[in-house]
Design a binder for this molecule. Structure first.
Ligand SMILES: *Cc1c(COP(=O)(O)O)cnc(C)c1O
Length: 375
């Protein structure tokens, strides 16, 4: 049995080594390191995959969020509603731009924000909502879009963990995560579901005007060479990363499938352990399992983590502290209520190894040890 890792990027690479190596060699050969043709090829490919007309590449998922908020023209003091149970990047850029992160609680089974929760946080200064499709499963977008429409709010979908997930509408239509709101953002950080070999990110939208503005802001606000219409940033996807992503995008659905199979296997073996809750599935979304996250009852989470580590099994806590309890947000944000669900999740969640190269033997070993711990 291979050593168990949270993600196994090496084995994944070895399976596609020849295509990756030749894509990289081509880049170096032509030395078009910035804005080479592979970047446009990749945004075209991703646009076709997502069935969204405009995809703009940028340097990372955090920049993508920042550029989205700049492109929407949000101004100092405007409030942006975010879940308190998420990765810091979601709210960090809000603070950086002088906007006010309004942190709300999440649904205990999906880990995502809902329209009902968002309603409790609306104020005359609310301008935007950032649903995060946490761990690979969409927030329930229909009621969120409805609420946004009623109140004239922008919706930015943080799709860093859910690239490729499908959202199902009540009428049977489906759309890819991130293509429903005004702007979707994603990350190609190596461990994300579509990871490159460094940093990378992208934004998507259906609005041509917004797409043009996003493209300019990501490139110094430039409308043409040396003519600057907006204050922008320098945020580009390297040609090398685009070349790698062009290869990996063709595998994304099979990667999702491998993650889903591994998740299903955990479910069937761990579903009857009464001290645990396995991840819930919602009827409105597929799940691409960026993380496979258990809830551990009776304050046993930390003990279980230590036990597993002693057996050579890594397990991670995403996330240990809600945003509203982070020092960085103390004086700039506003929390709605006491956020009991976020706090409880921070004390209960444990993410097990899940990736595209999981072996049954590794999963069996993990499962055996979890059962042994609770015996
Ligand atoms: C990873 C991640 C980001 C940031 O992406 P980077 O490419 O690391 O900047 C933002 N939001 C969420 C939810 C993430 O998981």
């Amino acid at each position: 049995m291979e050593k168990i890792q949270m993600v196994d990027l090496k084995s994944q690479y070895l399976k596609i080594k020849s295509s990756i190596d030749s894509a990289i060699a081509d880049c170096i050969d032509t030395t078009a390191f910035i804005n080479g043709p592979q970047v446009k090829q990749f945004t075209d490919n991703l646009s076709a995959y997502l069935d969204v007309p405009y995809v703009i590449a940028c340097a990372n998922g955090t920049d993508a969020l920042q550029i989205a908020m700049m492109a929407l023209g949000l101004e100092r003091g405007d409030e942006v509603i975010v879940p308190s149970f998420t990765y810091v990047a979601t709210a960090e850029v809000i603070g950086l731009l002088g906007l006010v992160p309004v942190m709300v609680d999440v649904d205990p089974s999906s880990f995502n924000i809902t329209a009902d929760i968002i309603k409790t946080a609306l104020s005359p200064r609310t301008k935007a909502i950032v649903p995060v499709h946490l761990f690979g499963q969409c927030a329930d977008m229909t009621p969120i879009m409805q609420l946004a429409k009623e109140h004239g709010l922008y919706v930015i979908e943080d799709t860093a963990q859910a690239l490729g997930a499908d959202y199902f509408f009540a009428d049977g239509r489906k759309m890819k995560a991130g293509t429903i709101g005004n702007i979707g953002t994603t990350s190609f950080f190596p461990s994300k579901n579509l990871g490159c070999y460094g940093d990378g990110g992208a934004l998507y939208t259906r609005n041509k005007e917004l797409a043009d503005k996003i493209g300019m802001i990501a490139n110094h606000g430039q409308i043409k060479k040396y003519v600057h219409k907006y204050i922008g940033v320098n945020s580009r996807l390297d040609t090398l990363q685009a070349a790698i992503l062009n290869v990996k995008l063709t595998h994304l659905d099979s990667y999702a499938n491998a993650r889903q199979e591994a998740a299903k296997y955990y479910d069937t073996k761990l579903g009857d352990v009464s001290e645990l809750s396995v991840p819930s599935r919602s009827e409105y979304s597929s799940h691409v399992f960026h993380q496979y996250t258990l809830k551990v009852k009776d304050n046993k989470r930390n003990e279980l983590k230590t036990y597993l580590e002693s057996k050579g099994i890594p397990a991670m806590i995403y996330y240990p502290i809600p945003l509203n309890d982070q020092e960085a947000f103390m004086n700039i944000g506003r929390a709605i209520g006491n956020l009991p669900v976020s706090r409880e999740l921070c004390s209960q969640v444990l993410s097990l190894p899940i990736h595209t190269e999981m072996e049954k033997a590794q999963q069996d070993y993990i499962i055996e040890n979890i059962k042994a711990f609770f015996k």
